[in-house]
Design a protein around this ligand. Structure first.
Ligand code: T4K
Length: 360
């Protein structure tokens, strides 16, 4: 069976070496030496000043809302085209998602749609755009809107590890950015995530928030537990060493798909002046029926792509917040992500291309 993704596993020996250290120092979690080392190495790798590791990307979003000062009942303008965690975290925190439609080419938040949304929304407090599939949003435009309106700007950058915009990490934009280091991510720590903050004071506050709100071992404010363990950090340190190889392999596979299918299907338009981390290979079908026919064919051949991201988050059954976002609805109904991971067999990739070409 070929799934949409298969987690990258680094050298077992190297991982065991880190584990030997854990066995020696008995430091298993709570900001141990490996997680601090990983934070430092990630800052260096991504060219950022402050990164805080967390247990997952979902908690990273929730903590980001706290750091931004959002309170239950506050409205947040976000995108309906993302993984469900983007909206779930807002709802979980009692925040109100206001959905802004997406651009039909980039699949990121639409400029004109956002301006209309800000006009219509009642006193929104923040923007939560997503660099979807790693494709940078219109960061300069969003920055200027945030400045004009005083809205906090939080990027869900779960897919954007290693993506640069105009020569610097796209994670450096906005007030806060969040990452997911889930096993299926390009860089991972098995489970994990990160907050990218701009100032040391915010870092200290977030570090306390994810450690029960403790300060010098005393409860100082309401907090939660969202720390990353040393075993997770060890995995991250091993995977980080292999990033050049991972990126190269993914780029090679991505290019082969693009060569084989790019002329037959519509693809996401990538932001200019940006690098692509080749995290996903989304393909846009002419209609949902064509997509379902292809999925059936692929499944019959043991291949299981995913409908990332379907359904549109503006149509979640457990959310009261509905919105008229026709572009997101249309894209969500027609998009399919193909298997893309280090180790994807060449013959299998050719088979996928052949099956899809026949159905195009
Ligand atoms: N914001 C955005 C924009 C996100 O995309 C995500 C997560 C988040 C926030 C939240 O971050 P985290 O809290 O997750 O850190 C997967 C991932 O679980 C999720 O992290 C990711 N986005 C989302 C896009 O994809 P599923 O439900 O599709 O995962 P799953 O378990 O079905 O895995 C996909 C395929 O990978 C499977 O068919 C088989 C393969 N696989 C998976 C795992 C976990 C393996 O071979 N081995 C494994 O251990 O959500």
């Amino acid at each position: 069976m070929i799934q949409v993704s298969r987690p990258y596993l680094p050298s077992q020996k190297k991982f065991q070496k880190y584990c030997e250290g854990i066995w020696q120092n008995h430091h298993l979690t709570n900001f141990g030496p490996l997680s601090l080392k990983l934070e430092e190495r990630l800052c260096e790798y991504l060219g950022l000043d402050h990164i805080l590791l967390l247990a997952n990307g979902t908690l990273a979003l929730q903590i980001a809302y706290k750091i931004a000062g959002l309170k239950a009942g506050d409205a947040v303008i976000t995108t309906p085209f993302s993984f469900v965690a983007t909206t779930n975290t807002l709802l979980w925190e009692g925040l109100e998602p206001i959905f802004c439609d997406i651009d039909s080419k980039s699949f990121c938040m639409d400029k004109a749609g956002l301006e209309a949304c800000i006009k219509d929304a009642q006193d929104p407090k923040a923007l939560l755009p997503v660099h979807v599939f790693g494709n940078p949003c219109e960061v300069e435009f969003l920055e200027s809107i945030a400045k004009q309106t005083g809205l906090k700007l939080i990027y869900d950058a779960a897919h954007a590890f290693g993506v640069n915009y105009k020569g610097k990490s796209v994670l450096g934009f906005g007030d806060i950015a969040t990452l997911s280091f889930h096993a299926t991510k390009i860089f991972h720590t098995t489970e994990g995530g990160a907050l990218i903050l701009r100032e040391k004071e915010a870092m200290d506050e977030a570090r306390s928030l994810i450690n029960f709100g403790l300060k010098e071992n005393m409860p100082s404010r309401l907090g939660i537990n969202a720390k990353l363990s040393e075993f997770h950090a060890a995995m991250g340190l091993c995977v980080l060493d292999d990033m050049p190889f991972i990126l190269e392999e993914r780029a090679r596979l991505w290019r082969r798909y693009a060569e084989g299918l790019g002329g037959l299907f519509d693809m996401q338009a990538w932001q200019e002046d940006s690098t692509n981390n080749h995290h996903y290979f989304p393909l846009l079908f002419k209609n949902e029926k064509a997509l379902l026919d292809s999925v059936k064919k692929l499944n019959q051949n043991g291949i299981f792509p995913r409908r990332y991201f379907y359904p549109s988050l503006a149509a979640l059954p457990f959310s009261q917040q509905k919105a008229n976002c026709p572009v997101a609805l249309d894209i969500a109904n027609r998009i399919l992500c193909l298997p893309l991971f280090v180790g994807l067999d060449e013959k299998c990739q050719e088979k996928i291309i052949e099956l899809l070409s026949r159905n195009a």
